[in-house]
Design a binder for this molecule. Structure first.
Ligand code: ZN
Length: 274
């Protein structure tokens, strides 16, 4: 009874707040109804979901894995670390995204609001949507650690937060995994990627990431659920997947420390189709 009363009061309160400070749909800009959060019902119905989470092989995973092989060859080339086939052999990385990101569609606001408009609650809302869908899929069940793509400290300092970390936290909670932002660091502030071709992009981000504490990562894998039994499963998270170069670079940095039996998968809110 008490809870229902609290709910009613809360509802009236938000209705009053809506009159004073109308909330709008981040996609179409229409005024939101009391029960709607961040996005109106119509835009939520029309949200171009990828459904990638339910398929171990999908266009995002295919694109990522194909480039990954080139990356590993490029990285290990001439490297003293290259000694066994394990360096170039990779388990197929799973990949998941919530929606198809298109520059011409207003759904791009889902990630833009989080990245440029400090709309952290909206980012969390959509990250939970993705996380709960992933949590219902067997191939993400053993994810023990979720690692956000780090920002360079200067950029994070000026923005005040890392948008990938906001997403990673929510996904980790849904998967019953641990979010770790202390494993990977961005050691180089990379140039903007848009005008570079694939090889230039690779060179641009190749040395951008480093493992801050290798032992902490290995310990975390060991203590993650199912870590010992299945070798462990790490999920790398970013806001949008375009070419995958940034995620490829993070993957390679992690692989330098993680043994090949640890699977590394990726997840983003937006996926830019070709
Ligand atoms: Zn709308």
């Amino acid at each position: 009874m008490k809870t229902r009363l609290t709910e009613t009061i809360a509802k009236h309160f938000s209705a009053c707040m809506d009159m004073l400070l109308p909330r709008t749909c981040i996609v179409c800009g229409k005024k939101l109804l009391v029960d709607e959060k961040h996005i109106c019902l119509q835009c939520a119905i029309d949200l171009p979901l990828t459904h990638f989470w339910s398929r171990t092989h999908n266009p995002m995973a295919d694109r990522f894995n194909e480039k990954l092989q080139e990356w590993l060859e490029m990285i290990w080339e001439g490297s003293e670390e290259q000694d066994t086939d394990a360096d170039t052999y990779e388990r197929y990385a799973y990949a998941s995204a919530l929606f198809f990101y298109n520059e011409d569609a207003e759904y791009k606001n889902i990630t833009r609001e989080l990245k440029y408009n400090r709309n952290i609650p909206a980012g969390q809302h959509f990250a939970r949507m993705l996380g709960s869908r992933m949590a219902s899929c067997a191939h993400f069940e053993d994810v023990g650690i979720v690692i956000p793509v780090p920002l360079h400290w200067k950029r994070e300092w000026s923005r005040g937060y890392n948008q990938a970390e906001v997403i990673a936290s929510e996904i980790a909670e849904k998967l019953g995994a641990v979010m770790r932002n202390d494993i990977l660091e961005r050691v180089r502030n990379t140039k903007t990627q848009t005008r570079l071709d694939v090889e230039e992009k690779a060179a641009n981000v190749k040395e951008a990431f480093a493992i801050r504490n290798a032992q902490a990562l290995l310990d975390a894998i060991g203590s993650g659920h199912d870590g010992g039994e299945h070798g462990g499963h790490v999920l790398l998270v970013d806001d949008v997947f375009t070419t995958g170069a940034t995620l490829n670079a993070c993957f390679v940095a992690l692989r330098r420390v993680l043994p090949p039996e640890v699977r590394i998968s990726i997840a983003t809110l937006g996926f830019v189709g070709e």
